[in-house]
Design a protein. Sequence first.
Length: 510
Amino acid sequence: MRCRLNLLLAVLTVPVAAQRQQPAARGAAVITAEEVRRRIGIIAADSMLGRATPSPQLDQVAAYVAAEFRRFGLKPGGDSGTYLQRYPLEVERFDPESVSVRIAGPVPATWRTGRDVLLVEGQPATGDSAGAGVVITGSPQGAAAFDSSAVTGKVVFLAYGPGVNAVAVKVLPLRPLALVLVADFPDSIWEKLPGHAASVRVRNPSEEDGSAIPAVFAVRAGTTRTLFTQAGAPPDSLRVWGERPLAAHSLPAVRVQLAVHQQLLERTSAPNVVGILEGDDATLKKEYVLFTAHMDHIGTPAAGEGCTARGADSICNGADDDGSGTVAVIELAQAFTTARERPKRSLVFMTVSGEERGLWGSAYFAEHPTVPLANVVADLNSDMVGRNAKDTLAVIGREHSNLGGVVDSIALAHPELNIKPVGDLWPQEGLYYRSDHYNFARKGVPILFFTTGLHPDYHQVTDSPDKIDAEKEARFARLVFYLGLAVANTTARPQWNAQSYKRIVGGGTN
Ligand SMILES: [Zn+2]
């Protein structure tokens, strides 16, 4: 049944697309390598100081994108007739001394911040909280052989080693109270972990509904050894992952009490930029195709988003992450407003912020959409699309709906673009959960996430404009132009595959 549908769609699309090709080609032609290079040079310039959330430089980039949207004649899609949608943030002073971790159970203890334990990441609930202990063992690549009851509201202990990310992305959606990474590190590495010094942190009050990344602590392996032995946890379970499926071992006698107190310094906000091109079909124009990217990056070391200086260079420019995607969205807006014919459905061009902090801007838009989310038929998200092999493009999430078949047919119909769509080349990285499309997918919007992949400059000061392959990126953006046009002009809405829908929208785990 399904593949015939796919076939049908492909056949329909190409002749229609071919007929419309000429007027469309005029649109695609405005996307050039020179333009891409020029814009990346603006957005990822040193003067933008790596566009941390929030920062005056991020607001500067938002103003630049809004001015381009206005120049192209897009309709404002933000707050009260503007292109900007702002979401609230709080700046707090976090003092390690204000965190304490107490263990109740066979080996009562108080872990001292800095010496035994560090708050390395996440948004701890302010005040006191407590939860039973759980240890996760097994292989990061293995499926999670446990359900939410084993983890929700509990304090989960994991080995702090290779693959910890792949496990964390399986555990975090199950809403543990906190993650505690057991670090068998020498002092030299322990000292480098975040959380030793007082710092200013940015908190997203909209995350109170439980979508915040819970507190992530690091604890020294020596500190936990006796506790685990006494509590009956498999002794070596936290040293090596092994080949076994991921399992959760509850530590019934262990209760972890957390106390975190922070000082509110300032209430502020950060921007999303939204521009709309209205469709020309009386019915279909009430539906929308979304083009997204994030315009923020991790800033400088002072922003506390993980940027590390190298020599005299302390600016994480984020040219590829995600200056490249932001430029693609601007180029697409220009192309669609230049094309002689309007697409049938309406198009929404959006550059969000707060992505590096935890997908904050897209989460806020998904909760406060300025167009009805039920009418959004697809989100085409670009994050890091300016590097790596000349002809390869990873299309993440392609297996979850028939959009995967559409991008293949478009690539086939446009051999001149020489772009080969492939699947997720880095499954161990959990990329599906790590960019803004995820906030739309979990609300039921079919998505495609485009990336040319990770590279050694990822989140480094060396992710600079000179490293971007603007010629490749221009071809990529033209491909997304033709894809967006096909989705906007095909009467049938893109369809999820039922299994994926149940798992991703229905709140299951991967
Ligand atoms: Zn990114």
